[in-house]
Design a protein around this ligand. Structure first.
Ligand SMILES: *Cc1c(COP(=O)(O)O)cnc(C)c1O
Length: 373
Protein backbone atom coordinates (compact mmCIF):
# COMPACT_ATOMS: atom_id res chain seq x y z
CA UNK A 1 0.00 0.00 0.00
CA UNK A 2 2.61 2.55 1.10
CA UNK A 3 4.95 1.18 -1.56
CA UNK A 4 2.36 1.65 -4.32
CA UNK A 5 1.98 5.28 -3.28
CA UNK A 6 5.72 5.91 -3.29
CA UNK A 7 5.52 6.49 0.45
CA UNK A 8 7.31 3.48 1.85
CA UNK A 9 10.30 4.48 3.94
CA UNK A 10 13.38 2.54 4.86
CA UNK A 11 16.33 3.33 7.08
CA UNK A 12 19.67 3.97 5.45
CA UNK A 13 22.91 3.20 7.24
CA UNK A 14 25.24 6.14 7.68
CA UNK A 15 28.74 4.71 7.58
CA UNK A 16 30.38 7.96 8.54
CA UNK A 17 29.34 11.54 9.05
CA UNK A 18 31.63 14.43 9.71
CA UNK A 19 30.90 18.07 9.08
CA UNK A 20 29.26 18.29 5.66
CA UNK A 21 30.42 14.86 4.50
CA UNK A 22 28.31 11.76 4.84
CA UNK A 23 29.09 8.22 3.67
CA UNK A 24 26.21 5.96 2.67
CA UNK A 25 26.44 2.71 0.73
CA UNK A 26 30.21 3.11 0.49
CA UNK A 27 29.88 6.49 -1.18
CA UNK A 28 30.87 9.85 0.25
CA UNK A 29 28.33 12.57 -0.46
CA UNK A 30 27.99 16.24 0.47
CA UNK A 31 25.23 16.47 3.03
CA UNK A 32 22.60 19.16 2.51
CA UNK A 33 19.97 17.61 4.78
CA UNK A 34 21.10 17.94 8.38
CA UNK A 35 19.87 20.38 11.03
CA UNK A 36 23.44 20.93 12.18
CA UNK A 37 23.26 24.55 11.01
CA UNK A 38 26.46 25.67 12.74
CA UNK A 39 28.50 22.49 12.31
CA UNK A 40 28.56 21.99 16.09
CA UNK A 41 27.70 18.26 16.00
CA UNK A 42 31.35 17.61 15.18
CA UNK A 43 32.94 20.40 17.23
CA UNK A 44 35.98 19.08 19.13
CA UNK A 45 35.35 21.14 22.30
CA UNK A 46 31.80 19.77 22.58
CA UNK A 47 32.98 16.20 22.00
CA UNK A 48 35.64 16.77 24.64
CA UNK A 49 33.02 18.06 27.11
CA UNK A 50 30.89 14.98 26.48
CA UNK A 51 33.85 12.65 27.08
CA UNK A 52 34.85 14.53 30.20
CA UNK A 53 31.24 14.45 31.42
CA UNK A 54 31.12 10.67 30.96
CA UNK A 55 34.40 10.19 32.82
CA UNK A 56 33.20 12.38 35.67
CA UNK A 57 29.58 11.25 36.00
CA UNK A 58 29.44 7.90 34.20
CA UNK A 59 27.52 7.27 31.02
CA UNK A 60 23.99 7.15 32.38
CA UNK A 61 21.95 9.24 34.77
CA UNK A 62 20.60 6.02 36.40
CA UNK A 63 17.12 7.36 37.21
CA UNK A 64 14.59 10.09 36.59
CA UNK A 65 15.37 13.65 37.60
CA UNK A 66 13.02 13.40 40.59
CA UNK A 67 14.76 10.30 41.97
CA UNK A 68 18.58 10.50 41.75
CA UNK A 69 19.11 11.61 38.15
CA UNK A 70 19.27 15.36 38.79
CA UNK A 71 23.01 16.01 38.64
CA UNK A 72 24.66 19.38 39.12
CA UNK A 73 25.37 19.24 35.37
CA UNK A 74 21.63 19.25 34.56
CA UNK A 75 21.00 22.08 37.01
CA UNK A 76 23.84 24.18 35.60
CA UNK A 77 22.63 23.59 32.03
CA UNK A 78 19.16 24.78 32.95
CA UNK A 79 20.47 27.88 34.72
CA UNK A 80 22.61 28.72 31.72
CA UNK A 81 19.75 28.11 29.31
CA UNK A 82 17.42 30.35 31.31
CA UNK A 83 20.08 33.08 31.33
CA UNK A 84 20.56 32.69 27.57
CA UNK A 85 16.82 32.96 26.96
CA UNK A 86 16.32 35.73 29.51
CA UNK A 87 13.70 33.72 31.41
CA UNK A 88 13.40 32.96 35.12
CA UNK A 89 13.78 29.28 34.59
CA UNK A 90 14.21 26.42 32.11
CA UNK A 91 13.64 22.67 32.04
CA UNK A 92 15.45 20.14 29.87
CA UNK A 93 13.76 17.03 28.44
CA UNK A 94 15.39 14.07 26.68
CA UNK A 95 14.06 15.25 23.31
CA UNK A 96 12.08 18.07 21.81
CA UNK A 97 9.25 15.61 21.22
CA UNK A 98 9.18 14.85 24.96
CA UNK A 99 9.17 18.59 25.75
CA UNK A 100 6.09 19.13 23.57
CA UNK A 101 4.12 16.04 24.47
CA UNK A 102 4.87 16.52 28.17
CA UNK A 103 4.18 20.23 28.39
CA UNK A 104 1.04 20.83 26.35
CA UNK A 105 -1.27 18.51 28.35
CA UNK A 106 -0.10 20.16 31.58
CA UNK A 107 -1.17 23.58 30.35
CA UNK A 108 -4.45 22.75 28.61
CA UNK A 109 -7.29 20.40 29.57
CA UNK A 110 -10.64 19.30 28.26
CA UNK A 111 -12.28 22.69 28.84
CA UNK A 112 -9.51 24.68 27.18
CA UNK A 113 -8.90 25.76 23.60
CA UNK A 114 -5.74 25.28 21.56
CA UNK A 115 -5.21 27.20 18.31
CA UNK A 116 -2.48 25.70 16.17
CA UNK A 117 -0.80 26.54 12.88
CA UNK A 118 -1.58 24.02 10.13
CA UNK A 119 2.12 23.33 9.59
CA UNK A 120 3.02 22.80 13.24
CA UNK A 121 5.30 19.84 13.96
CA UNK A 122 3.80 16.39 14.67
CA UNK A 123 4.85 16.50 18.34
CA UNK A 124 2.87 19.71 18.88
CA UNK A 125 -0.18 18.05 17.37
CA UNK A 126 0.37 14.96 19.55
CA UNK A 127 0.68 17.13 22.66
CA UNK A 128 -2.52 18.98 21.79
CA UNK A 129 -4.39 15.72 21.17
CA UNK A 130 -3.15 14.25 24.45
CA UNK A 131 -4.42 17.33 26.29
CA UNK A 132 -7.99 16.62 25.06
CA UNK A 133 -8.45 20.38 24.68
CA UNK A 134 -10.66 21.74 21.89
CA UNK A 135 -8.30 22.02 18.94
CA UNK A 136 -8.72 24.59 16.17
CA UNK A 137 -6.19 24.64 13.34
CA UNK A 138 -5.65 27.83 11.36
CA UNK A 139 -4.12 27.95 7.86
CA UNK A 140 -0.37 28.54 7.89
CA UNK A 141 0.47 32.01 9.29
CA UNK A 142 -3.13 33.17 8.66
CA UNK A 143 -3.63 35.97 11.21
CA UNK A 144 -7.21 36.70 10.19
CA UNK A 145 -8.26 33.12 10.79
CA UNK A 146 -6.30 33.04 14.04
CA UNK A 147 -8.16 36.13 15.21
CA UNK A 148 -11.54 34.73 14.25
CA UNK A 149 -10.73 31.56 16.25
CA UNK A 150 -9.67 33.74 19.20
CA UNK A 151 -12.91 35.70 19.02
CA UNK A 152 -14.91 32.46 18.82
CA UNK A 153 -13.02 30.97 21.79
CA UNK A 154 -13.63 34.06 23.93
CA UNK A 155 -17.35 34.04 23.10
CA UNK A 156 -18.05 30.33 23.40
CA UNK A 157 -15.56 29.43 26.12
CA UNK A 158 -15.15 32.58 28.20
CA UNK A 159 -13.76 30.75 31.24
CA UNK A 160 -11.27 28.60 29.31
CA UNK A 161 -7.59 29.03 28.84
CA UNK A 162 -6.73 29.72 25.21
CA UNK A 163 -3.29 28.66 24.00
CA UNK A 164 -1.77 29.49 20.63
CA UNK A 165 0.87 27.01 19.44
CA UNK A 166 3.17 27.74 16.54
CA UNK A 167 6.79 27.56 15.39
CA UNK A 168 9.12 30.50 14.90
CA UNK A 169 11.06 29.01 11.97
CA UNK A 170 8.93 26.38 10.24
CA UNK A 171 10.73 23.07 9.98
CA UNK A 172 9.79 22.02 6.45
CA UNK A 173 9.25 25.44 4.85
CA UNK A 174 11.90 27.60 6.49
CA UNK A 175 9.65 30.65 6.73
CA UNK A 176 8.95 32.64 9.89
CA UNK A 177 5.84 33.16 11.99
CA UNK A 178 4.63 36.81 12.07
CA UNK A 179 5.56 37.01 15.72
CA UNK A 180 4.81 40.69 16.45
CA UNK A 181 1.27 40.25 15.15
CA UNK A 182 0.73 36.94 16.94
CA UNK A 183 1.92 38.40 20.24
CA UNK A 184 -0.38 41.43 19.80
CA UNK A 185 -3.37 39.18 19.09
CA UNK A 186 -2.59 36.89 21.98
CA UNK A 187 -2.42 39.89 24.36
CA UNK A 188 -5.63 41.38 23.00
CA UNK A 189 -7.58 38.17 23.57
CA UNK A 190 -5.87 37.09 26.80
CA UNK A 191 -4.39 33.92 25.31
CA UNK A 192 -1.00 32.35 26.04
CA UNK A 193 1.63 31.41 23.45
CA UNK A 194 3.78 28.31 23.10
CA UNK A 195 6.49 29.04 20.54
CA UNK A 196 8.57 26.14 19.20
CA UNK A 197 12.00 27.55 18.33
CA UNK A 198 13.50 24.18 17.28
CA UNK A 199 14.99 25.63 14.08
CA UNK A 200 15.64 29.14 15.39
CA UNK A 201 17.66 28.61 18.54
CA UNK A 202 21.34 29.21 17.85
CA UNK A 203 20.56 30.61 14.41
CA UNK A 204 18.23 33.58 14.95
CA UNK A 205 19.15 36.33 17.38
CA UNK A 206 22.31 36.50 19.44
CA UNK A 207 23.54 33.36 21.18
CA UNK A 208 20.63 31.05 21.94
CA UNK A 209 17.93 33.71 21.90
CA UNK A 210 15.82 32.42 19.03
CA UNK A 211 13.39 34.59 17.12
CA UNK A 212 11.43 35.76 20.19
CA UNK A 213 14.64 37.06 21.77
CA UNK A 214 15.85 38.55 18.51
CA UNK A 215 12.64 40.57 18.19
CA UNK A 216 12.65 41.57 21.87
CA UNK A 217 9.48 39.55 22.48
CA UNK A 218 10.94 36.98 24.87
CA UNK A 219 9.03 38.38 27.86
CA UNK A 220 5.73 38.10 26.01
CA UNK A 221 6.06 34.46 24.99
CA UNK A 222 4.92 32.46 28.00
CA UNK A 223 6.32 29.11 26.84
CA UNK A 224 9.53 29.15 24.80
CA UNK A 225 10.31 25.67 23.52
CA UNK A 226 13.41 24.54 21.66
CA UNK A 227 15.77 21.72 20.88
CA UNK A 228 19.37 20.99 21.75
CA UNK A 229 19.88 18.53 18.89
CA UNK A 230 19.67 20.87 15.92
CA UNK A 231 21.87 24.00 15.76
CA UNK A 232 23.27 23.11 19.20
CA UNK A 233 24.51 19.81 17.79
CA UNK A 234 23.85 17.57 20.82
CA UNK A 235 20.39 16.23 21.82
CA UNK A 236 17.41 17.12 23.95
CA UNK A 237 14.60 19.63 24.18
CA UNK A 238 13.75 22.42 26.59
CA UNK A 239 11.04 24.70 27.86
CA UNK A 240 12.03 28.17 29.09
CA UNK A 241 9.62 30.39 31.01
CA UNK A 242 8.56 31.52 34.46
CA UNK A 243 9.57 29.74 37.65
CA UNK A 244 5.91 28.87 38.27
CA UNK A 245 5.61 27.25 34.82
CA UNK A 246 8.77 25.18 35.29
CA UNK A 247 7.74 24.08 38.78
CA UNK A 248 4.41 22.98 37.37
CA UNK A 249 6.16 20.96 34.63
CA UNK A 250 8.58 19.33 37.09
CA UNK A 251 5.55 18.05 38.98
CA UNK A 252 3.16 17.20 36.18
CA UNK A 253 4.82 16.73 32.77
CA UNK A 254 4.62 12.97 32.33
CA UNK A 255 7.48 12.74 29.80
CA UNK A 256 9.67 14.46 32.40
CA UNK A 257 8.48 12.80 35.62
CA UNK A 258 8.47 9.22 34.32
CA UNK A 259 11.58 9.29 32.15
CA UNK A 260 15.23 8.61 32.92
CA UNK A 261 17.15 11.87 33.00
CA UNK A 262 19.32 12.60 29.96
CA UNK A 263 22.88 11.42 30.47
CA UNK A 264 24.93 13.94 32.47
CA UNK A 265 27.52 13.71 29.69
CA UNK A 266 24.88 14.99 27.28
CA UNK A 267 24.11 17.84 29.66
CA UNK A 268 27.84 18.67 29.82
CA UNK A 269 28.03 18.68 26.01
CA UNK A 270 24.97 20.96 25.81
CA UNK A 271 26.63 23.39 28.22
CA UNK A 272 29.76 23.47 26.04
CA UNK A 273 27.65 24.03 22.94
CA UNK A 274 25.70 26.82 24.61
CA UNK A 275 28.96 28.53 25.57
CA UNK A 276 30.17 28.40 21.96
CA UNK A 277 26.86 29.60 20.52
CA UNK A 278 26.98 32.63 22.84
CA UNK A 279 30.63 33.47 22.16
CA UNK A 280 32.28 35.46 19.33
CA UNK A 281 32.90 32.05 17.71
CA UNK A 282 29.12 31.56 17.59
CA UNK A 283 28.71 34.99 15.98
CA UNK A 284 31.33 34.04 13.38
CA UNK A 285 29.55 30.75 12.62
CA UNK A 286 26.24 32.59 12.14
CA UNK A 287 27.99 35.06 9.83
CA UNK A 288 29.41 32.14 7.80
CA UNK A 289 25.95 30.59 7.56
CA UNK A 290 24.51 33.92 6.42
CA UNK A 291 27.18 34.19 3.75
CA UNK A 292 26.38 30.69 2.51
CA UNK A 293 22.67 31.53 2.39
CA UNK A 294 23.41 34.67 0.36
CA UNK A 295 25.57 32.68 -2.04
CA UNK A 296 22.88 30.04 -2.55
CA UNK A 297 20.19 32.70 -3.05
CA UNK A 298 22.23 34.63 -5.59
CA UNK A 299 23.28 31.51 -7.53
CA UNK A 300 19.68 30.25 -7.58
CA UNK A 301 18.29 33.76 -8.26
CA UNK A 302 16.07 33.51 -5.19
CA UNK A 303 15.32 36.14 -2.59
CA UNK A 304 17.21 35.82 0.68
CA UNK A 305 15.89 33.10 2.96
CA UNK A 306 14.99 33.96 6.57
CA UNK A 307 16.39 30.60 7.68
CA UNK A 308 18.81 27.85 6.72
CA UNK A 309 15.92 25.69 5.44
CA UNK A 310 15.38 25.99 1.69
CA UNK A 311 12.51 23.86 0.43
CA UNK A 312 12.35 23.00 -3.25
CA UNK A 313 8.74 21.94 -3.65
CA UNK A 314 8.31 19.45 -6.50
CA UNK A 315 4.77 18.19 -5.97
CA UNK A 316 4.49 14.50 -6.64
CA UNK A 317 6.24 11.89 -4.56
CA UNK A 318 7.72 10.30 -7.70
CA UNK A 319 9.20 13.55 -8.91
CA UNK A 320 10.81 14.19 -5.54
CA UNK A 321 12.23 10.66 -5.44
CA UNK A 322 13.67 10.99 -8.96
CA UNK A 323 15.30 14.29 -8.07
CA UNK A 324 16.81 12.83 -4.91
CA UNK A 325 18.23 9.90 -6.85
CA UNK A 326 19.69 12.18 -9.49
CA UNK A 327 21.32 14.44 -6.87
CA UNK A 328 22.76 11.42 -5.12
CA UNK A 329 24.35 10.32 -8.39
CA UNK A 330 25.80 13.81 -8.66
CA UNK A 331 27.28 13.48 -5.15
CA UNK A 332 24.74 15.30 -2.97
CA UNK A 333 22.66 13.90 -0.17
CA UNK A 334 19.18 15.47 0.08
CA UNK A 335 16.42 12.94 0.86
CA UNK A 336 12.92 13.69 -0.42
CA UNK A 337 10.43 14.82 2.22
CA UNK A 338 7.03 13.26 1.61
CA UNK A 339 3.60 12.83 3.13
CA UNK A 340 2.86 12.62 6.05
CA UNK A 341 5.75 14.89 7.02
CA UNK A 342 4.40 17.46 4.55
CA UNK A 343 0.91 17.69 2.97
CA UNK A 344 0.15 15.45 -0.04
CA UNK A 345 1.38 16.73 -3.41
CA UNK A 346 3.90 19.06 -1.78
CA UNK A 347 6.75 16.54 -1.77
CA UNK A 348 9.99 18.42 -1.68
CA UNK A 349 13.69 18.50 -1.35
CA UNK A 350 14.41 20.13 1.97
CA UNK A 351 17.82 21.65 1.39
CA UNK A 352 19.56 22.87 4.51
CA UNK A 353 22.72 24.91 4.63
CA UNK A 354 25.32 24.98 7.36
CA UNK A 355 28.08 27.40 8.28
CA UNK A 356 30.40 24.47 7.52
CA UNK A 357 29.56 24.25 3.80
CA UNK A 358 32.28 25.49 1.47
CA UNK A 359 31.35 27.89 -1.36
CA UNK A 360 32.40 25.29 -3.94
CA UNK A 361 30.07 22.71 -2.39
CA UNK A 362 27.18 25.17 -2.68
CA UNK A 363 28.08 26.06 -6.28
CA UNK A 364 28.29 22.35 -7.05
CA UNK A 365 24.83 21.75 -5.66
CA UNK A 366 23.39 24.67 -7.62
CA UNK A 367 24.78 23.37 -10.90
CA UNK A 368 23.47 19.87 -10.14
CA UNK A 369 20.03 21.33 -9.41
CA UNK A 370 20.11 23.30 -12.65
CA UNK A 371 21.30 20.26 -14.58
CA UNK A 372 18.29 18.26 -13.52
CA UNK A 373 15.45 20.61 -14.49
C1 LIG B 1 12.81 18.36 15.47
C2 LIG B 1 11.64 19.11 15.97
C3 LIG B 1 11.08 18.81 17.21
C4 LIG B 1 11.49 17.61 18.02
O1 LIG B 1 12.74 17.74 18.59
P1 LIG B 1 13.61 16.42 18.86
O2 LIG B 1 14.64 16.89 19.81
O3 LIG B 1 14.15 16.00 17.54
O4 LIG B 1 12.71 15.39 19.46
C5 LIG B 1 10.08 19.62 17.68
N1 LIG B 1 9.60 20.64 16.94
C6 LIG B 1 10.10 20.93 15.74
C7 LIG B 1 9.54 22.08 14.97
C8 LIG B 1 11.12 20.17 15.20
O5 LIG B 1 11.59 20.43 13.99
Amino acid sequence: MLEQQGLHRTLRVVESIHGTRITIGGRELINFSSNDYLGLASHPAIAEAMGEGARRWGTGSTASRLICGNTAEHVALEEELAAAKGTESALVFSTGVAAATGTIPVLAGKEDVILMDKLAHACLIDGARASRAILRVFPHNDLEKMESHLRWAREKHPASRVMIITESVFSMDGDLAPLFEIVALKERYGAILLLDEAHAVGVRGAGAQGLAGELGLGDQVEIQMGTLGKALGVSGGYIAGSRVLIDYLINCARSFVFSTAPSPAVAAACRASLRIVQSPEGDALRADLQENLCLFASEMKLSDSPSAILPLILGSEERAMQETTWLQQAGFFIPAIRYPTVPRNTARLRITLSSAHKPEQIRGLVSALKGSV
